[in-house]
Design a protein around this ligand. Structure first.
Ligand code: FAD
Length: 414
């Protein structure tokens, strides 16, 4: 039996642990800092909108325990708003299949409990870097899936893949009950409001401890008018009041839908801000090597909702690579190769996010403009969030984007 150590109990670590246990032939240990009860009763960690390809990975592995009660999310609406609270344009793209968001407090506590039931071992211990050399000697492979925690110090930033060195947004999330559906289109969908130079808000239907809710994320350009949640000690009620005030000024069509909103629970808020970064995937501890996964190696701004999806793809790709590798040693070369397989996917999620949180290139503004008049372009743009590699051959390059747009709006091209 191959001995595998996974440090961290999030989407990346737990999905990999459970899929290896499901495969059989692996002795899996998960080390993490919190019990399932602490996770379940703790603070929200994400808004975790999982697109259909990531959901399919979970279904194929039998990990879709909350599929029934979680609401379907049909597509995404993007409303571009002007500085005076006016709607400049709106696009609505339906995905090939629905997305879903399950509060990670429910999902990770449930999955962590399942690790032991599936024959794995859970060790409650906040690992520090100095533990790792001795620990990794006891295993054939050690994976670091510890999110944004201190263990990232083992992995150097890769400047060639990391265009930003400071946070591009300060984020503030809250889960609420009682938000009304969008009147012209009550089908559950992600509602994105973007004010150029100021920030974005995202609303997505989700499943939390008290049932179906909406998870609302504000992405504020640091120091700008959306950046009003930074004093961190505000209550969920005060958070909601500030959110409502933002909507009243910047997106009044949303404000009226929040009149009866209330926070889902006392830990239903989250604040932060971090620089997006891609790290080199192999860490060295003494004469041993460890492999990073999930947010440890590819940390995107949450703006385009890619991180948990990336983590799911990462765990799936690493799982396949581990199984294919059979009994051979997990060398640093194998680790680099395995990460590059994952980067083939995640480079597009990263490029999408980094594009959308920067000043919007002119050709992307044109794409949004055409998408507001043409359902097929809106669908293609929305699909890029769910299947980022689908953007590779048209979205990032002004000429290729122009060539595509000319097929949709021939009269407006050139
Ligand atoms: C506000 C917000 C909204 C988001 N919305 C979305 C979205 O809509 N869609 C999307 O795809 N992504 C979204 N994301 C990103 C997504 O949540 C993360 O990218 C994803 O959860 C990362 O998974 P992970 O397993 O790599 O890390 P994590 O989920 O961070 O898990 C890390 C685990 O490691 C444990 N740990 C940390 N340090 C140690 C240690 N030293 N020893 C032991 N254990 C340790 C932690 O307790 C935790 O269990 C959002 C993020 C934020 C902050």
């Amino acid at each position: 039996m191959r001995r595998i150590l996974i440090i961290g109990a999030g989407q990346a670590g737990l999905q990999l642990a459970l899929t290896l246990l499901g495969h059989g032939g692996y002795d899996v240990t998960v080390m993490t800092a919190q019990t399932p009860e602490e996770i379940l009763n703790g603070r929200i960690t994400s808004t975790q909108c999982m697109f259909f390809p990531a959901l399919q990975i979970e279904r194929d592995a039998g990990l879709n325990h909350w599929e029934e009660p979680a609401p379907w999310i049909e597509g995404q609406r993007v409303t571009l708003a002007g500085p005076g609270g006016q709607r400049l344009l709106e696009t609505y793209g339906i995905w090939d299949a629905p997305a879903q968001s399950v509060d990670q407090r429910i999902k990770m506590s449930g999955w962590l409990e399942r690790v032991e039931k599936a024959g794995g071992r859970v060790v409650l211990h906040p690992v520090v870097t100095s533990d790792l050399e001795a620990l990794s000697r006891m295993y054939d492979l050690t994976l670091i899936a510890a999110g944004k925690g201190a263990l990232v110090e083992l992995f150097d930033r890769d400047p060639s893949r990391s265009p930003y060195d400071a946070p591009q947004r300060n984020l503030a999330a809250i889960y609420v009950h009682g938000v009304r559906p969008y009147p012209p289109h009550p089908t559950p969908h992600v509602r994105i409001n973007a004010v150029p130079g100021v920030g974005e808000t995202y609303l997505m239907p989700a499943l939390t401890r008290s049932g179906v809710c909406d998870a609302v994320l504000v992405e504020a350009v640091p120091g700008g008018p959306f950046d009003v949640f930074g004093d961190r000690r505000i209550s969920p009620d005060e958070h909601l009041r500030r959110l409502q005030a933002l909507y009243a000024q910047w997106a009044p069509w949303e404000h009226e839908l929040y009149v009866e909103a209330r926070p889902t629970d006392e830990f239903a808020t989250l604040y932060g801000g971090y620089a997006p970064v891609v790290r080199r995937p192999v860490g060295t501890v003494g004469d041993r090597h460890v492999l990073g996964m999930g947010d440890v190696v590819v940390l995107n701004d949450p703006g385009c909702g890619q991180g948990a999806n990336n983590a799911a793809h990462c765990a799936s790709i690493y799982h396949k690579a581990i199984v294919e590798h059979g009994d051979r040693p997990f060398t640093p070369e194998w680790m680099h190769r395995t990460f590059e397989r994952y980067w083939e996917y995640s480079q597009w999620a990263t490029a999408l996010t980094n594009t959308m949180i920067g000043p919007l290139p002119e050709h992307v503004q044109q794409i949004l403009g055409v998408a507001s008049m043409d359902d097929e372009t809106a669908r293609r743009f929305a699909r890029g969030y769910a299947v980022p590699p689908s953007l590779a051959d048209w979205f990032f390059d002004p000429e290729k984007a122009g060539a595509y747009l000319a097929t949709r709006m021939p009269q407006s091209a050139g």
